[in-house]
Design a protein around this ligand. Structure first.
Ligand SMILES: [Mg+2]
Length: 357
């Protein structure tokens, strides 16, 4: 028994040694990697992070490049991008928002150095891999922390957005945004602001429309189909019935979760995130339902502005949000004209009316 045992124990001993050696290798590789990245913060795991995916045309101004692509085709476009790969791209509509997210991350890391609950920015682009060099050069030039790139080569980004557990997707391509909204991903089409505006560099400011953005479009349907008086009546009757959630509710919730982390460290007055509700509803006749709905969700919004049908643009100029979400193109255009970075959420009944008018 001892003979056969020792014969058998020889290979198993070798296997054990081999495994120990492999574990030592892994530990050494990890220690090596850990030493290498002490200067740079490692991206958080998607399940811990609030993942914001941006397209290259949302992050950078690629208007001229897009024109070359549309007029002269892919080969000329790639050639142009390669010839200009050391020319730094100008900021696009999502740039200042991304910058503001990164400043929030820096504050979070100061307060919670070992915590992964923060924003993670993923570049989601259908660009050719050769264009990647120019994008990387530009990202590094501005000191942005974008470690994850998805270069989908023209394929739909939905699978990747889902795989990264994306919390918000911003793109300049309205078809992709529509596809993402249909897949249940909070998403918006970004438009370049028509004016250069100076944005807060200490506080991320996010403004949301209410109906068909944070909330569902159930009340908007009454308004569009039965008129304003019937809408007021309906909202008063249903004041205590919370509205269903809309496509951006989850992102407001994510912002609220991070705000609470600052409050927990006594930073409420110095919180680097501020949220705004900018709605065409009027306070007296239809505002209570909105506020009660937010309360029923346990969500706080820092400022609620009920405009009673007044244009949103002038109020937004005062807020200077890094991004403003709305489902109706005329609000987007009005905001944009006065220099607000606007993002269109293609959801709800307003889209149908838009197409028919
Ligand atoms: Mg709306």
């Amino acid at each position: 028994m001892s003979g056969s045992g020792s014969e058998e124990s020889q290979p198993s001993q070798a296997a054990e040694d081999g495994q120990q050696e492999a574990e030592r290798d892994w530990a050494a590789a990890k220690a090596f990697y850990d030493n290498q990245v002490t200067q740079r913060v490692r991206p958080p795991k998607p399940q811990n992070a609030i993942t914001v995916a941006v397209s290259s045309r949302a992050l950078f101004n690629l208007v001229e490049e897009q024109r070359i692509y549309e007029e002269q085709g892919l080969e000329k476009y790639v050639e142009y991008q390669q010839n200009n790969e050391n020319v730094i791209l100008k900021p696009g509509p999502a740039f200042y928002f991304v910058k503001a997210l990164e400043r929030v991350n820096a504050r979070l890391l100061e307060l919670y150095p070992d915590d992964e609950e923060r924003f993670d920015i993923v570049l989601m682009t259908n660009n050719h891999a050769q264009v990647g060099v120019r994008l990387i050069n530009s990202i590094n030039h501005y000191g942005l922390t974008i470690e994850r790139f998805c270069m989908t080569g023209g394929e739909s980004p939905i699978g990747y957005l889902t795989a990264y557990l994306t919390n918000l997707y911003l793109s300049a391509d309205c078809d992709k945004v529509q596809e993402a909204i249909k897949a249940g991903i909070a998403s918006a089409t970004m438009f370049t602001a028509n004016k250069d505006v100076v944005y807060s560099d200490t506080q991320l400011r996010v403004a949301f429309d209410g109906d068909a953005v944070i909330f569902s479009d159930e009340s908007e349907q009454i308004f569009k189909e039965q008129g304003l008086d019937r809408f007021f009546e309906h909202e008063q009757l249903n004041e205590n019935k919370p509205l269903a959630q809309g496509p951006l509710k989850g992102f407001l919730e994510d912002l609220g979760k991070l705000q609470k982390k600052f409050y927990a460290k006594n930073e409420r007055l110095n919180c680097p995130i501020r949220t705004y509700l900018v709605t065409a509803r009027s306070a007296a006749s239809s505002g209570a339902r909105v506020l009660k709905t937010l309360r029923s969700w346990g969500l706080e919004i820092d400022e609620a502005l009920f405009l009673a049908g007044a244009p949103k643009g002038p109020v937004l100029v005062k807020i200077r949000p890094h991004i403003f979400f709305d489902d109706q193109m005329f609000h987007i255009e009005g905001a944009q004209k006065l220099g607000t970075i606007a993002a269109h959420v293609p959801y709800g009944i307003a889209q149908k009316h838009q197409k028919s008018t």
